[in-house]
Design a protein around this ligand. Sequence first.
Ligand code: PFF
Length: 457
Amino acid sequence: MSKFSKERRFSLHGQWSSHLAFILAVSGSAVGLGNIWKFPYIAGVNGGGAFVLVYLVCVFVIGLPIMMSEILMGRRGRRNPVATMALLGQEEGGTSRWGIVGVVGVATGFFILSYYSVIAGWAVAYIFEGASGAFKGADAQQVEQLFSRISGNWFITGFWHTAFMALTIFVVARGVKGGLERAVRILMPALIGLLLLLLIYSMIAGDFARGFAFLFEPKFSELTGSGVLEALGHAFFTLSVGMGAVMAYGAYLPAESSIGKTSIAVVVADTLIAIVAGLVIFPIVFANGLDPAAGPGLIFQSLPLAFGQLPGGSFVAAVFFLLLSFAAWTSAISLMEPAVAWLMERQKLLRSVAAIVIGGLIWLLGFLTVFSNSVLSGFTFFQGTFFDNIDFVASNIALPVGGLAIVVFAGWFMSSSSTSEELDPDAGLGYQLWRFSARFIAPVAVVCIFLNAVGVF
Ligand code: PFF
C-alpha cells in the first residue's frame, strides 16, 4: 500500500470506483483485436504450435512481471506515464531522464492506435455486412471477395476508421470512468459467451482435430528467430504492456487493491480468450480449404464462412462483430489514455481538448494504413507495407524495449522497500518471485530474444 498521503493517494484524473472496475478496465484493455484478430493470424503465418508455445512462455514469464511492475509504478507515481517515470526516476534512480521511457510509450500508443483503428473499422463494417445477410451461404471465394471489396477500398475503410476513432475520442473525452466501466462489465461476458458458442460450432462443423493439432503440436523446425521475436512482441501487445497503458490505469487504482492477483486474473483471462479464438478459427479454416497463413484478413474470411452456414447466422454474425468492435473500443481507449493524460497535465488542457488533438493526429496517421491496404498495397519496403512496418516496429521493437526499461527500473532501480510496499498484499513468496523475474528472468529473456532475432545465436 502506498505510504503517500493526500497528494499521492489519488491521481489527478480521478480513480476507479472499485477494485473490480480496475480489473475490468485492464482486461478491457488487454482483450481486444490482439486476441481474436491478431493472435490467430500471426500464429497462422508462423506455422502454429511452436509459435504458440513460445507466446505462452513469453506471456507468463515476461509479460506478467512487467504488468505488475507497470501497475505498481503507476500507482506510486499517480501521474501520466511520462511524469510518473520522471518522478520515480528522480526518487528512486536519481534522474528524471527515465521520463523518456514514458515518452516512447506515448508515441508507441499513437502508432499502434493508428492501425488498430483501421482493423477495428473493418470489424464495425462487418456488423452491417453480417446484418444485411452478406455471409449467407457464402463460399470461401465469396468471403475472400467480400473482404477485399472492403479492405481494398480506401474510402470504405477510411470511413469506418473515422467512425471508430470518433467513438474512441468520445469516450476518452468524457473520462474513462463514466461509460467505460459500465460497458466492459456487460460486454466482456457477452463476448466470451459468443466465442464459446462458436467453439461448439467449430467442434461440430470444423476440422477440429486438425485445428487443434495446428495450434498445439510444436513443430520447432518451423520456428525462426523472427517468429520468436513476433511471439514476444505479441505477448506485450496482447497484455497491453510496454507502453504505459497499464501504468496509466494503475495511477487510478485504489491504494488497497492487490496488484498481483489482479495481474494474474487479467493474464489468464486474456490467454484463454486468445486460445479459444484460435480453436474457433483454425478448424473452420481447415474444413473450408482456407489458407491459415492468409494474414490480416484471416478472421474476416473464416468467421463469415462459419456464420454463413449457421441457422440465424446473419444475426449471430452481426452480434459477434459488434462485440469484437466493443472489445477493440475498450483497448483503443487505453491506447490513447497515456497520450491524453500527458497532454492534459503538460499543457493544462481540458480532457476533451486533449482527446480531440491526440485523436485527430492518430486519425490522420491511420490513413497510412488505410492506403497501404488499398491504393498503396504495391508499395512495400523492409517488412512490407506501411501497415506491416508500423506494426512490426511498434509491437516487436518498441513494446519489448519499453517493457525491458520498465522492468529493469522496477527490479534494479526501485528499492525493495518501495516495491514491496506496493505489492504488500502479495508479500512473501509471490513478492520474491516477482522480484526475481523482474531483475533477472524477464530482462535476460527479452535481450536473448532480440539477439536471437538479429542472428547472434
Ligand atoms: N491489448 C490490446 C489487444 O490485444 O487488442 C491492444 C493494446 C491495447 C496494446 C493497449 C497496447 C496497449 F497499450
